[in-house]
Design a protein around this ligand. Sequence first.
Ligand code: KG4
Length: 344
Amino acid sequence: MDERKDIIILGIESSCDDTSAAVIKNGILLSNVTASQAVHEAYGGVVPELASRAHQQNIVPVVDQALKRAGVKREQLSAIAFTRGPGLIGSLHVGVSFAKGMAASLNIPMIEVNHLQGHILAHFIKESEDDTNLPKFPFLCLLVSGGNSQIVLVKAYNDMEIIGQTIDDAAGEAIDKCSKVMGLGYPGGPIIDRLARQGNPEAYQFAKPNIPGYDYSFSGLKTSFLYNLRDWIKTDPDFIEHHKEDLAASLEKTIVDILMKKLLKAAKDLKIRQVAVAGGVSANTGIRNAFLQCHEKYHWKIFIPKFSYTTDNAGMIAIAGYFKYRDGDFCPMEKPPYSRVSMA
Ligand code: KG4
């Protein structure tokens, strides 16, 4: 390809507690560098002010590394794509301000990316020209993270419709809170996943929601988990220690059952058999196995992300930016970040 026609996008992600930068050239990932923030572990959750400060420390070296690993000079960049929201406002400000400064100094366009759309478009990241197993439109995506649980009908790169979402807690939030109640570490997802592999998923029953349509609810499950645990601890003070594997396996099964029930309904109603999963909770073994079962049973063509694309990363922001660049969809310098809004 003519060097001048190459589209080279720098992606920047800073919506929560991961500072990430990635370079994508003509749709192929050249680098994806992420600095995670261990500082929050001691607090059992992300502390926004600490996250902003850590982003400030990390952003320059992370972007520098991403460019170096990609073998790309700043002057070669076509545009800078950045997460505009949703997320923690202070954290977003760091990435957005950095992107603005860099784009202004290089006199190149800026591209705003919705973080949630980025998670979905991560399925289009190619690591080489040979990567051809990509979803075709329309497809469904189960987007499950610490802050969101949605079923999204993806009609095109730039046309997505949320057809169902949680009316209270997100799936990841429920896992993290139940894990906290059990006195396990933060984030709870990977710990529950590891324990669940050694437990009996049928050992305990927890409340499942009964709401219409494709929406989710996880607050009832969380309360039922807490109240049951309180009762069991009354008779055995070491109940958690004695049964943590069974508790984790039963909790995971309940959450996966809730998620899959609505997703199956949506796939059946809309007659769509291409189904993807995205977001932090898509790293979960139980949900991955449930997708594999749907592939066997219902002949779904399934798209399960590599582990490196399940967590927040700038590769997904850069690929979303790449598609927007092709459409000439740039954003003005004065646009501020936004903390809420599910799908812009
Ligand atoms: O998308 P993400 O990295 O960022 C947020 O939205 O915050 O998702 C983080 C969530 C956390 O709730 C975490 O516990 C969960 O993803 N998670 C998992 C696993 N790995 C991360 N949940 C279940 N099983 C896992 N293996």
